[in-house]
Design a binder for this molecule. Structure first.
Ligand code: ADP
Ligand code: MG
Length: 576
């Protein structure tokens, strides 16, 4: 086979450029990425071997080996996992297969600091090796296949793939030709320290072998030593897991790089025994609205990875949750059918959702209490996101649950935050209700493109004059749950832009109805309406005099039983 250099996809080149030029200060993470991929590859093989035990050949003990060869300046990470064939290599190490990448690249601004933060959140995966190596060689053979392949690249021009001259062991071996300024990664102490920091949660053994350059020119070899604990982190007692270890596990399992916003780690025993370790992110994943999004909650059965099928364990409106659920009771060869429709899984899912929502509610409560204290956190303690800031990023997804999950509707309504005419920030419905005026029996809202624009809407005039608070709904998803939900604690949601809204039962603020209604000349009004009707013709259903306005002359309202204005606009846009 001839060795022609295949160019990287344009996106890969852009990412490589960024990685090599701006991520320089965090070079250690390349090892974390390699180990993370090796561990994923072992998980995949272990799962496939359940139905095809022959895939394990004569090498059933899955492990990761690191070889540091100081004499040659080479660092090699080897796994005996699933391996890759030619197509896998081209697809995985020549393109950026991750679905969120396109959006990620769109968000790059050219501002180095900002982009660095972004790339830190996104993670760079395999390509991070080019921070420390000027040449990378991947030797691999896929489980169950005969042919071995060699992929090589300098991280600039492109890559080559050829068939290997001799068969290599199953799995993947990645050799880095370290740059002159990256020789520190040949130091056993340095490698141990990185593994301890980033990869201690990995559930399979990581062995390290260091070959030092001896003075006499001969290499001094050390016996390979296991350098991690190799027990799945979720099986350890909580008290023995540090915050850092939890965070690193989250980064691995979610393929994310932010601080988790909330965490849930518990073991359920009884009819159904399982351990769950789940995380709620603090920043929005790039592919949150991508239907092909992967990396959700992974299902394990007695420590064996089974699936990361998103919908099996989490409802769609919690698709940002990631982590692991490890069941003691399920069959290892659990079928797809059982996963999607089985009663056992459904029960587990229900319990997980309930506990997650409770955990988020606890965060909301703690966050409110903290802001009420008004106290700054002591120096050095990482600033955690406030609940409101978190809601701003995840609220529109969570609100999908208001129409998808009737059972948890009350919980979700308590979690929801809205913009309102009461101040510039967010409000909960409970706080809105507490501020309701005497005689007010509904929760009033108007909806539109943005809450800032809504603040000046003429639709608000009558309510504002009475001191009645109005929710300003500017999220398209609001139009979907409102018709389903109808009320909160018996108080109906009522739109100010629909039909005739009567606020006359509500006592006005301060001076009670002192400002008398200006007398209108009925005849003149009739003539005006008639003229307007001729002028506007079919454009409007009706023209009426109204009490809702104070300063503006006219405003548009929707028919009581027709579509709300915003929904109408939304549907128009989407049917084009
Ligand atoms: P991610 O791990 O988020 O998918 P990476 O850039 O780290 O992204 O890796 C890209 C892909 O390359 C992986 O999804 C996997 O399919 C493949 N890959 C990388 N390393 C290995 C390995 N050691 N064994 C098998 N496949 C691998
Ligand atoms: Mg990876």
């Amino acid at each position: 086979m001839t060795e022609t250099v295949q160019p990287f996809e344009a996106d890969v080149s852009r990412v490589l450029d960024l990685v090599i030029n701006s991520l320089y200060k965090e070079r250690d993470i390349f090892l974390r990425e390699l180990i993370s991929n090796a561990s994923d590859a072992c998980d995949k093989l272990r799962y496939q071997s359940l139905s095809q035990p022959e895939l394990l050949e004569t090498d059933p003990d899955l492990k990761i080996r690191i070889l540091a060869d100081a004499a040659l300046g080479l660092l090699t990470v080897t796994d005996n996992g699933i391996g890759m064939n030619r197509e896998d290599l081209c697809e995985n190490l020549g393109t950026i297969a991750r679905s969120g990448t396109a959006r990620f690249l769109e968000q790059l601004s050219g501002d180095k600091d900002k982009d660095l933060k972004l790339i830190g959140q996104f993670g760079v995966g395999f390509y991070s090796v080019f921070m420390v190596a000027d040449k990378v060689v991947v030797q691999t053979r896929k489980a169950g296949e005969d042919k071995s392949w060699i992929w090589a690249s300098d991280g600039r021009s492109g890559y080559t793939v050829q068939e290997a001259p001799a068969t290599v062991p199953r799995g993947t071996s990645i050799t880095l030709h370290l740059k002159a300024d990256a020789k520190e990664y040949l130091d056993g102490w340095k490698i141990r320290q990185i593994v301890r920091t980033y990869s201690d949660h990995i559930g399979i053994p990581i062995l390290l072998e260091v070959r030092e350059k001896a003075g006499d020119g001969k290499a001094k070899a050390e016996e390979p030593q296991q350098i991690n604990e190799a027990s799945a982190i979720w099986t350890r007692p909580k008290s023995e897991i540090s915050e850092d270890q939890y965070r690193e596990f989250y980064h691995h399992v979610a393929h994310a790089f932010d601080e988790p916003f909330a965490r849930l780690h518990f073991t359920a025993e009884g009819v159904l025994s399982y351990t769950a370790l789940l995380f709620v992110p603090s920043t929005r994943p790039f592919d949150l609205f991508d239907p092909k999004r992967r990396h959700g909650v992974k299902l394990y059965v007695r420590r064996v990875f089974i699936t990361s099928d998103l919908e099996a364990l989490m409802p769609r409106y919690l698709r940002f949750v990631s982590g692991v659920v490890d069941s003691e009771d399920l069959q290892l060869n659990v079928s797809r059918e059982t996963l999607q429709h089985g009663a056992v899984i459904a029960k587990m899912k229900k319990a997980l959702v309930r506990r997650l929502l409770d955990e988020i509610a606890a965060k909301a409560k703690a966050s409110t209490a903290a802001s009420a204290d008004g106290e700054a956190k002591p120096d050095g303690e990482a600033k955690t996101k406030s609940y409101e800031d978190w809601w701003a990023e995840f609220g529109s997804v969570l609100k999908e649950g208001l129409y998808e999950d009737a059972e948890n509707r009350e919980k979700l309504l308590e979690l929801a935050r809205f913009r309102s005419t009461h101040g510039a920030g967010w409000t909960s419905l409970a706080d809105y209700v507490a501020r309701m005026k005497e005689g007010q029996d509904a929760i009033y809202y108007i909806s539109g493109e943005s809450h800032t624009a809504l603040r000046t809407s003429p639709q608000l005039e009558q309510a504002l004059a009475k001191g009645v608070e109005v929710l300003l709904l500017d999220d398209p998803v609001d139009d979907f749950w409102l018709p389903e939900v109808k009320d909160y604690q018996g108080k109906p949601f009522r739109s100010l832009t629909r039909g005739e809204v009567d606020l006359s039962a509500i006592k006005a603020e301060g001076e009670a109805e002192k400002e008398s209604e200006p007398k209108l000349d009925d005849e003149a009004l009739k003539r005006l309406i008639a003229r307007l009707k001729t002028a506007l013709g079919e454009e409007v259903t009706d023209i009426r005099s109204s009490k809702r306005l104070r300063d503006s002359a006219v405003c548009l309202v929707a028919d009581e039983h027709g579509l709300d204005l915003r929904l109408e606009r939304f549907l128009k846009q989407h049917s084009q």
